[in-house]
Ligand binder design. Structure first.
Ligand code: Z5A
Length: 205
């Protein structure tokens, strides 16, 4: 069986990190090896770009620069980790991928759709996730769950209206790509969320 590429998406605090481990367990239980990774980041150099884009405030970051950094990191991640791992037969489970770019840099920062589509075509050359689990919840819920943490990064300092725009962009993409993206109501208890995830994963497994 071909190795699968699965991504988790959603606004801040909806439970991506929490459920990543749960999904890893489901894949392992089904007898597959899986590499867990994340974006921005995933390789040593892409992690350095992540640090720049999330934590450095020493000069202003134009929205176009932010977009280009996301795709530069993605190019490193795809060529040096994701493609080789999939080719070796190991599944890849990634915390965020290009849907996040459409949602954050597109709807959130106002970057034009055609720009993102062009970069996506250059960098991904047709590669898309086999399944994207979109954890969806009201921004107030996500921000409250994430709120207890310490110092906030450049995105976490955004206001609730920003996350509302990001959320609606995610939902719009899910309705456009229903074969790849499934929306999971992440406002429910963790047990209920994981039961929905299991149903969708079983179709793939
Ligand atoms: N970004 C971008 O702009 N463009 C791109 O192309 C890409 C990314 C790829 C870093 O992402 C930033 O990068 C991101 C967008 C940008 N910024 N934002 N926002 P990240 O994924 O590393 O950061 P994050 O979204 O801020 O992750 P997070 O805050 O860690 O959220 P999470 O992983 O979804 O949530 P969690 O840590 O699993 O859960 C939060 C808390 O809620 C925790 O205490 C859990 O125990 C609890 N939890 C989880 N689920 C539940 C349920 N169901 N009930 C109750 N409590 C729960």
């Amino acid at each position: 069986m071909t190795a699968r590429f699965i991504t988790l998406e959603g606004i801040e605090g909806v439970g991506k990190s929490t459920n990543l481990e749960f999904v890893r367990g489901l894949i392992n239980e089904a007898g597959h090896q899986v590499q867990v990774t994340r974006e921005p980041g995933g390789t040593a150099m892409a992690e350095r770009l992540r640090d720049i884009v999330l934590h450095h405030d020493d000069e202003s970051v134009p929205a176009l620069a932010e977009l280009l950094i996301m795709f530069a990191g993605r190019c490193l991640h795809l060529e040096n980790l994701i493609r080789p791992v999939l080719e070796s037969g190991t599944w890849v489970l990634c915390d965020r991928f290009t849907d996040a770019t459409y949602a954050y840099q597109g709807e959130g920062r106002g970057q034009r759709l055609e720009r993102i589509e062009t970069l996506e075509a250059w960098v991904q050359d047709g590669l898309q996730p086999d399944l994207t689990l979109l954890l969806d919840a009201d921004p107030e819920v996500g921000l409250a769950r994430a709120g207890a943490r310490g110092e906030k990064d450049r995105f976490e300092r955004e206001q609730v209206e920003f996350f509302a725009r990001v959320r609606s962009a995610y939902l719009e993409r899910a309705s456009r790509y229903p074969d790849r993206m499934v929306v999971i109501d992440a406002g429910r208890s963790l047990e209920e969320v994981q039961s929905s995830i299991t149903i969708h994963m079983q179709k793939l497994l």
